[in-house]
Design a protein around this ligand. Structure first.
Ligand SMILES: NC(=O)c1ccc[n+]([C@@H]2O[C@H](COP(=O)([O-])OP(=O)(O)OC[C@H]3O[C@@H](n4cnc5c(N)ncnc54)[C@H](O)[C@@H]3O)[C@@H](O)[C@H]2O)c1
Ligand SMILES: CC(C)=CCC/C(C)=C/C=C/C(C)=C/C=C/C(C)=C/C=C/C=C(C)/C=C/C=C(C)/C=C/C=C(\C)CCC=C(C)C
Length: 590
């Protein structure tokens, strides 16, 4: 989730090469710390070639002069995060002509990558849901397949190792039975509650997994699903307005176990279980065992690169360094966009992968905020950003068998949601050693942080603060997990919320919406249509929220709704008006 940082100080004039999408599979899970001997700085040519990007696209400043070249598109997508790319590729696969405009140099947004001294860093986190070859919810796999791509993945034997107050240590094994056995061994008196809570998650997950996933804003599809799978759809409708914490409290009394479930939810929603929609919690708490967590060989950045390649293969376009500053409206309808260099492009529809705050606050700044958006902002605030540290370390500092992902909350459960309170850590080189020079590992560390903490500092103060906060986080990890960590560092780059704001064009560096209070599950989350005709939103400020798989679903939904509106899929204007009105009304109940 949280992106990287380092780009702030050392942004390359040209990005490092995209991650290869297929390569010799590295040896599965070598013992951490077992060492290769090459030193940092030595490049491994086979797995991470640093060559020029393939000709998937043009940079805007290198494209032909003059506005609006290329004629009219079916859709313009602003931003190439996974949400935007999935919407674009799904539309292209349906035969639409799409133009993606990306402000940065490479695709992926917070799922991008960067390279330094032989290390390939994931900008965001490395925990990939929805990347298996099973069921209907493997949305990343499906999105790639739609444009003829497939990535090799490495199965992670666990999702995350929790290190919690009171020395509570829980490893979330890939096998559900192993995880449940471990959890029950820590809370034997809550065996029944544990089985009932996670059992309810499975009921919801199985319902989700039985549906063909398309736009919940398209009535012919939605009513068709209700007709074919009435029980599953009713189950989902029943749990749609509910939160995980309330369901957990029906079955579980032990406060420490409830706090553990808070931590389970927090790592994917940055809020506690009482604020996490039950459908979202069920999705992640089960998919990690159903399809498992799978890491793409070569790094997470390969997903976006493959989608961008696939988009071009399907005859559509992507332009980089293309900073959209305005959505152009004509008679109240979105008809195109204007770039910072003055160029204009026109399309039947415009899809914004920028956050809703950026879309309505910046790209449509001359227009009064629509009532729907006011309601959204009444229910949701911007989730915090992150302080992230990308490090290259000597492999010898990690004990043999170290897990890939860790979540650390040392002494006090009350610190869970506080800035810098808890620490996320991913070591993707445990799974794919090709990401680092031999004898080294990558540590990607992140912790929640608000932008307000980083504003108004001089350059020097800002650098000193980054150094001080990072040192303290490293000290905590050294104490809890890896003695000698500090001395093992060969490369370190620190990013603040300002880094995320600058490089990912995210308002205040936010990672999407967070409920102001206790939400009614997912009821208030807007889908893809907006109150502006022809304008759609996609990404983490749309249903179902934050997360790569969540924004991929948002992309699939968005593409279906747009395809219906431009005549590439069936639609019924009468039913549309009824369903869209009903959904708008339901949101006002939240
Ligand atoms: N493992 C994980 O689960 C993981 C890892 C990384 C990221 N994520 C998730 O990914 C989600 C974000 O995905 P997303 O698709 O919503 O967004 P995103 O932020 O990843 O991508 C948005 C893209 O739009 C571009 N953009 C923004 N404004 C623009 C403008 N005006 N003109 C041109 N380009 C513009 C940005 O440069 C960026 O590339 C986050 O919620 C995060 O949780 C999750
Ligand atoms: C329409 C109406 C109203 C009704 C009807 C009913 C129905 C039918 C319904 C349906 C529904 C649906 C289909 C839904 C769906 C949903 C989904 C798909 C969801 C999903 C979700 C997902 C998510 C949320 C995810 C997330 C994730 C994340 C965020 C991740 C992250 C991660 C990380 C950060 C990692 C951590 C790390 C460490 C620890 C190191």
């Amino acid at each position: 989730m949280p992106p990287l940082a380092a780009r702030l100080l050392h942004a390359p004039a040209v990005p490092a090469a995209p991650v290869p999408t297929s390569s010799a599979r590295p040896s599965r899970l070598r013992a951490a710390g077992a060492g290769r001997t090459r030193s940092a700085g030595v490049r491994r040519s086979a797995l991470a070639p640093e060559k020029a990007p393939p000709p998937v696209a043009v940079a805007e400043d290198e494209a032909g002069a003059g506005g609006g070249e290329g004629g009219t598109y079916d859709a313009i997508v602003i931003g190439s995060g996974i949400g935007g790319l999935v919407a674009a590729t799904q539309l292209a696969a349906k035969g639409a002509r799409v133009l993606v405009l990306e402000k940065y140099l490479i695709p992926g947004g917070s799922s991008g990558y960067y390279r330094r001294d032989g290390f390939t860093f994931d900008v965001g986190s490395s925990v990939m849901f929805g990347f298996s070859d099973k069921g209907n919810l493997n949305l990343i796999t499906k999105a790639l397949e739609a444009v003829g791509h497939k990535m090799e993945v490495i199965p992670d034997p666990s999702t995350v190792h929790f290190h919690l107050p009171g020395d509570l240590s829980v490893l979330v094994h890939r096998e559900y039975d192993d995880f449940i056995r471990e959890l029950i061994s820590k809370f034997p008196h809550e065996k029944e509650g544990i089985l009932k809570f996670y059992g309810t998650c499975w009921k919801i997950f199985n319902s989700l997994n039985s549906l063909e996933l398309k736009s919940l804003e398209e009535p012919l599809y939605l009513f068709g699903q209700f007709f074919q799978k009435p029980l599953e759809c009713l189950t989902l409708a029943y749990y749609l307005p509910q939160n995980a914490g309330d369901i957990a409290r029906k079955f579980i009394k032990d406060q420490k176990l409830l706090s553990f479930i808070d931590a389970e939810c927090f790592i994917v929603s940055t809020v506690n279980a009482l604020q996490t929609p039950m459908i979202n919690a069920s999705m992640v708490l089960c998919d990690r065992h159903f399809g498992g967590i799978n890491y793409p060989v070569g790094g997470v950045g390969g997903i976006a690169t493959s989608l961008a390649d696939g988009l071009v293969d399907k005859g559509s376009e992507i332009r980089y360094k293309a900073n959209v500053t305005n959505v152009i409206l004509k008679n109240g309808k979105a008809v195109g966009v204007r770039l910072s260099n003055g160029k204009e492009f026109f399309a039947k529809t415009v899809i914004s992968n920028a956050t809703r705050w950026d879309t309505f606050g910046k790209l449509l700044k001359d227009k009064e905020l629509p009532v729907e958006e006011k309601n959204f902002q009444k229910n949701y605030v911007k989730a915090p950003s992150f302080l992230s540290i990308h490090m290259g370390v000597k492999a010898s500092v990690l004990p043999a068998g170290t897990d890939c992902h860790h979540f650390v909350l040392e002494d006090d459960w009350n610190n869970l949601e506080k800035p810098y309170g808890s620490i996320f850590l991913s070591i993707p080189t445990v799974l794919d050693p090709s990401l680092a020079p031999e004898g080294h590992h990558i540590l990607h560390i992140f912790t929640t942080a608000g932008i307000e903490d980083w504003e108004g500092l001089s350059r020097k103060e800002y650098e000193q603060k980054k150094e001080a906060v990072a040192s303290e986080i490293i000290r905590r990890l050294e104490k809890k997990l890896f003695p000698g960590l500090k001395d093992s560092i060969v490369l370190k780059e620190v990013g603040s919320p300002k880094t995320h704001r600058r490089f990912l064009a995210r308002n205040d560096g936010t990672y999407g919406p967070m409920p102001r209070g206790k939400p009614k599950g997912l009821l208030a989350m807007p889908f893809n249509t907006t109150s502006i005709d022809g304008l759609y939103c996609v990404g983490d400020s749309c249903f179902p929220g934050q997360g790569v798989i969540a924004v991929a679903f948002s992309g699939i939904m968005c593409a279906h709704r747009v395809a219906a509106d431009i005549g590439l899929e069936q639609k019924s204007p009468v039913l549309d008006a009824g369903l869209l009105g009903l959904l708008r009304w339901l949101r006002t109940l939240a």
